[in-house]
Design a protein around this ligand. Structure first.
Ligand SMILES: Cc1cc2nc3c(=O)[nH]c(=O)nc-3n(C[C@H](O)[C@H](O)[C@H](O)COP(=O)(O)OP(=O)(O)OC[C@H]3O[C@@H](n4cnc5c(N)ncnc54)[C@H](O)[C@@H]3O)c2cc1C
Length: 413
């Protein structure tokens, strides 16, 4: 715990999340003489780390090419391009390994601690902060910041009983998606991109997917307005989920917010199949003599579509055999398979990961140092910035990268 007789600090980090801890540790390791304090408004630090990745913490993603890595960020990719050449997932893996935590990559390239426990990640950050001499105070909320005329900042920090006046030479804002802190950031002259949720599932009520919760299709293409995404999809009790739905929700976060989470959605159950190619395959199924007396509903024309889903997508044809399907029915089926029309009726919850898009305008931050271009000695890291990635460890990676860069820059006081 911090000694509150000390009101003067070299570096204060507002926000005891992954970005704040990573920055503080890096800064303290580079310059052990600095007095560094983390203030955290809730009673526990690293709260999101502990619940992340379904309790396993998806720390980063095994994508080690910065040019490719940025394609996973619907917002902030361009700004992160240079930052990732300085600290990228490979550096994250090495950092944790050097500090005694081994990470493993799963088949889809998501990386977790080998312990499969988020606590391993929170524990090592707490341990290294303490080891490096970083002070941490919980239950302390940053509520006001003023630039001092002689340099540095005067802060008002509220704990249970008092408002504490603190002074610091450098200030890092790493408060995540906290709305009140965004007002403080605005009061310092920064502009904020309006925050809206990202990474959610879609509520869809439709008889074609009714009763199919748990059915997965390996490669589906979803299209909403000008946004197209492909990948695995999962049908749930409430609608549509799985990697492709989450990716669409991230890229379409602003559009869907503006539309109040109601939109039409085109589903190609066959991934990238075009209408003509699909019609050809359906025609071959009809022409194949062995099929003539087999029920369409019992004999899927495409192996990638699970039989239960196929039955419901072909329901409009009734009980017909392949030999009896009409040209019009065949065309309608091809359309259903490659461009099925669905309605998104609302936003569902994805429990394993959730982020807010929006935050501090990226043009106002120097991504070599994470220092504000508006206020000297003010720094930003993590989700407070207008950066968000798709699901898969990309959100923590941007916290590690921006935290590490801020830690480097702040160490030189
Ligand atoms: C359920 C869930 C699961 C997730 N799983 C993953 C995952 O597996 N992989 C992944 O990459 N991403 C995941 N994410 C996203 C990831 O947690 C965030 O991107 C990341 O935590 C952002 O880090 P941060 O340090 O910027 O902010 P935060 O983690 O939000 O930390 C900010 C801290 O600042 C504190 N604070 C706020 N305002 C003040 C103030 N005024 N004064 C003092 N303190 C303040 C907050 O209490 C908080 O502790 C998940 C998110 C959720 C909600």
């Amino acid at each position: 715990m911090a000694n509150y007789i000390t009101t003067k600090w070299d570096v204060i980090v507002a926000g005891g999340g992954p970005a704040g801890f990573f920055a503080a540790i890096r800064c303290a390791e580079l310059n052990p003489n600095l007095r560094i304090l983390i203030i955290e408004k809730s009673s526990q630090t690293l709260g999101k780390v502990l619940i992340s990745g379904g309790g396993r913490c998806n720390v980063t993603h095994a994508c080690f090419d910065p040019a490719q890595l940025i394609s996973y960020y619907p917002r902030g990719g361009m700004a992160l391009r240079g930052a990732f050449t300085r600290f990228q997932p490979l550096d994250t893996v090495k950092w944790f390994e050097t500090h005694g935590v081994k990470l493993k990559a799963e088949a889809d390239n998501r990386m977790f601690p080998v312990t499969d426990s988020a606590k391993t990640i929170a524990d090592i950050l707490l341990f290294e902060a303490k080891n490096a001499g970083v002070k941490v105070h919980v239950g302390a909320t940053l509520q006001k910041v003023e630039k001092s005329p002689r340099g540095g900042f005067k802060l008002e920090v509220r704990n249970e009983a008092n408002v504490l006046p603190l002074q610091t030479k450098k200030l890092l804002i790493a408060t995540g998606s906290d709305s009140k802190t965004r007002e403080i950031v605005k009061s310092l002259g920064h502009s904020i991109e309006e925050p809206v949720p990202s990474l959610f599932t879609f509520n869809v009520k439709d008889k074609r997917i009714d009763g199919l919760a748990g059915v997965a299709v390996e490669n589906v293409t979803l299209k909403m307005d000008s946004i197209t995404q492909s990948g695995a999809m999962l049908i749930t009790h409430w609608g549509l989920s799985g990697p492709v739905a989450l990716r669409l929700s991230a890229w379409g976060a602003r559009i869907l917010f503006d539309k109040k989470y109601r939109s039409s959605l085109t589903v190609n159950w066959l991934g990238d199949y075009k209408l003509d190619a699909t019609l050809e395959i359906l025609q071959r199924n009809k022409d194949w003599h062995e099929n003539a007396r087999k029920k369409i509903s019992a004999q899927p024309a495409f192996s990638q579509i699970p039989i239960r889903l196929w039955k419901q997508l072909t329901q409009f044809i009734g009980d017909k055999n392949w030999g009896d399907i009409s040209k019009t029915e065949m065309r309608k089926l091809a359309e259903e398979l490659t461009a099925g029309q669905f309605e998104i009726l609302g936003k569902g919850q994805f429990k394993e990961e959730f982020v807010t898009c929006g935050g501090v305008n990226l043009d106002e931050v120097d991504f070599k140092t994470m220092q504000s271009r508006i206020v000297e000695d003010l720094f930003f890291a993590g989700e407070v910035l207008d950066i968000d990635g798709i699901t898969g460890g990309f959100n923590f990676q941007s916290s590690w990268t921006t935290g590490w860069l801020a830690g480097n820059a702040m160490s030189s006081s």
